[in-house]
Design a protein around this ligand. Structure first.
Ligand code: M6R
Length: 369
């Protein structure tokens, strides 16, 4: 049932190109428009939405953090992403014009369920992004967009994350389509580029041997830091979470701009630091800033592991290890940049002799608060 792989996690990582294609299936028509007929929330209601609130836990929360960048950019609707476990306890401001998006692979996470119940009690509309047909979260929501990733067995979420991202992009683009957006051309371009993402993830998977080798060489380290900016920041958080769960190592993700506000004190000789570099196209200011962050940490002796777009020569001189990913629109980069971090964590767990599919103390779905 593991399809020839040693672990479900490896199988699920390998299934990602197909999983993202399945999430898109039937949702983009021949003209390149989105057809989310299954979203039973009428377009007239979506046109009136004045705030989007995303609630989720763990990896699904990281997908939600990335979605915030996409939703605000493409639709200009204010969007907050919140840990489901914090959400209802702070008496959030919600009404009929709030769209709450609850993201959950299992559809059974108690914190997320309680958050959406609270949102509906306040009159908000709830759209679930979920991987498990007929589970509780979609049943209790006003509408659901299934991710169609197929069953995810390994505790560490991989293909569910990538497909949650695709679903989030679809929601963002759909809201843009329904309401009209000044980024019309960009949106059409992104819809086109989404359809090649599966092939690009495949490309990344085909080049992972050096990442595995690097992971094995770090098996005796105590800590790994992750830095990113913009959508690369949640990718850094996700890379750190995977490493904690699987390798039982101290790992922390930071927004690269925060370095000088504290975390740079952690940088010392030979500390591995993974840096997720945004595409040099489009947001060049961000790119240049992160290049100087890499220089800063390298000057303090860090061992830099840089994930960057193929052909990004500016980072090469400062990368002790360079992991190249295919070029994508800036907002879509997490779909390719996360994959090496999954492989990295999985290989480190194996090298440390940990149980990959069933990490200690964790359950696949957390049905208690
Ligand atoms: O089933 P859910 O997506 O609601 O689960 C949320 C988190 O418990 C989950 O993503 C967890 O963080 C994973 N083990 C991460 O790999």
């Amino acid at each position: 049932e593991k399809g020839g792989y040693d672990y479900f996690m490896l199988k699920e990582i390998a299934e990602q190109p197909k999983a993202v294609a399945d999430t898109l299936l039937g949702r983009i028509d021949a003209a390149g428009s989105l057809t989310l007929d299954e979203v039973r929330i009428p377009d007239s209601v979506l046109r009136e939405v004045d705030k989007v609130v995303i609630v989720a836990c763990g990896t699904a929360y990281h997908a939600g953090l990335i979605a915030k960048y996409a939703i605000e950019h493409w639709t200009r609707i204010p969007c907050e992403t919140e840990l489901a476990s914090e959400f209802r306890y702070r008496d959030p401001i919600l009404d009929q014009r709030t769209l709450v998006v609850a993201i959950s692979q299992s559809g059974e996470t108690m914190d997320t369920l309680m958050a959406l119940r609270h949102a509906r009690e306040q009159g908000a509309k709830v759209l679930a992004i979920c991987n498990t047909n007929g589970s509780t979260i979609p049943r209790e929501s006003d509408a659901v967009l299934y991710t169609h990733a197929g069953p995810e067995v390994a505790v560490a979420s991989t293909k569910a994350f990538l497909t949650q991202l695709v679903a989030c992009y679809l929601v963002a683009l759909y809201l843009g389509q329904v309401r009209g957006t000044k980024w019309g051309d960009e949106v059409r371009g992104v819809v086109r580029e989404l359809s090649v993402i599966g092939a690009q993830v495949e490309e990344v998977l085909a080049t992972m041997e050096p990442v595995r080798e690097l992971a094995r060489s770090l098996a005796d380290k105590n800590t790994v830091l992750f830095l990113g900016r913009h959508v690369g920041y949640p990718v850094a958080l996700e890379g750190a979470l995977k490493l904690k769960e699987l390798a039982y190592m101290h790992a922390e993700g930071f927004a690269a701009g925060e370095l000088k506000h504290g975390p740079i004190a952690l940088i010392e000789k030979d500390v591995p630091v993974v840096v997720v570099v945004p595409s040099p196209r489009g947001r060049s200011v961000l790119h240049d800033k992160i290049v100087s962050n890499i220089q800063e940490i390298r000057a303090r002796g860090a061992r830099t592991i840089v994930i960057a777009e193929r052909g990004d020569e500016a980072v090469r001189p400062y990368a002790d290890h360079l992991v190249e990913v295919p070029a994508t629109p800036v907002l879509l980069q997490p779909l390719v940049a996360t994959v090496p971090l999954q492989v990295f964590a999985c290989e480190l767990a194996t090298a440390r002799g940990n149980e990959v599919d069933q990490p200690r103390n964790l359950a696949k779905s957390v049905t208690v608060e």
